[in-house]
Design a protein around this ligand. Structure first.
Ligand SMILES: C[S@@+](CC[C@H](N)C(=O)[O-])C[C@H]1O[C@@H](n2cnc3c(N)ncnc32)[C@H](O)[C@@H]1O
Length: 229
């Protein structure tokens, strides 16, 4: 009997929790491999953080008092938008959030769970945020981005938080010409190999620029890149 038969026999002894743990191990090995393939060395990452706010703070420190165009893809109840509204001090900064507010357009297969189509729905309601610089564009990215005119800006910050490959790819397809040296790209669920990571890898392979890995949580879930010349 061969190695595969032995694995099957071992599988007979496992429970669901053990299977999840094993899938997780393989996933992180693959993410590490893919990062290396893209030329990143994790031991050279500038900043390891505990949560996404530290990455947002890092960007805000570097941006200083310059006006920023902050675009968020996937707003849900506006937790991140609210945080950025406090961080960005310049009165001419613009915070534009894109969301269907009807939840995910398709099932999202994360490693340990499946988030069903419609998950994150707020029944069409955009969050109320007391900041006149915040504007929401309600609808599917494909439609809202087709009509969206990217305003002139000094600094561009992109927050990718739509979880899905198709949604993230749609943003890259539309915004690629604006992703220039200096642009910050934040991913909220980066280590899902077939989703945000896949869309980023594909975009990166067509971009003439390099993308510095500026900071991350230890699992590469919350990740900040910056486009560099
Ligand atoms: C994880 S939630 C966003 C969380 C939010 N950024 C926060 O900090 O709390 C993902 C959101 O992406 C939205 N979304 C995903 N794909 C979309 C698409 N193609 N068009 C419009 N909205 C989309 C969903 O409606 C959902 O509200």
């Amino acid at each position: 009997m061969g190695f595969r038969y032995c694995l099957l026999r071992a599988g007979e002894l496992l429970n669901e929790k053990a299977i999840h743990v094993l899938k997780g191990i393989v996933k992180f090995l693959e993410v590490g491999y893919l990062m290396r393939q893209m030329g990143y060395r994790l031991k050279r990452v500038e900043t390891w953080v505990k949560g996404r706010e530290e990455l947002f703070d890092l960007v805000a420190r570097e941006v200083g008092d310059r006006p920023v165009l902050y675009l968020e893809f996937g707003v849900y109840k506006g937790e991140a938008t609210r945080y950025w509204s406090k961080l960005l001090k310049h009165p001419e900064s613009m915070l534009h959030g894109f969301d269907s507010f009807e939840g995910l357009p398709e099932d999202w297969h994360a490693v340990h769970k499946v988030m069903q189509k419609g998950y994150f729905s707020t029944n069409g309601a955009a969050p109320a945020i007391d900041d006149t610089r915040v504007r929401f564009f309600k609808g599917w990215f494909e439609e809202t981005l087709a009509d969206y005119q990217v305003p002139a800006h000094q600094v561009l910050v992109l927050n990718f938080d739509a979880d899905l490959y198709s949604s993230t790819k749609c943003v890259f397809d539309r915004l690629a010409p604006y992703i220039l040296p200096g642009t910050y790209l934040y991913f909220d669920e980066f280590n899902c190999i077939q989703e945000e990571l896949r869309a980023f890898r594909e975009f990166r392979s067509t971009s003439p620029y390099r993308f510095a890995l500026r900071g991350s949580t230890s699992s590469l879930q919350k990740v900040l890149f910056q486009c560099v010349a």
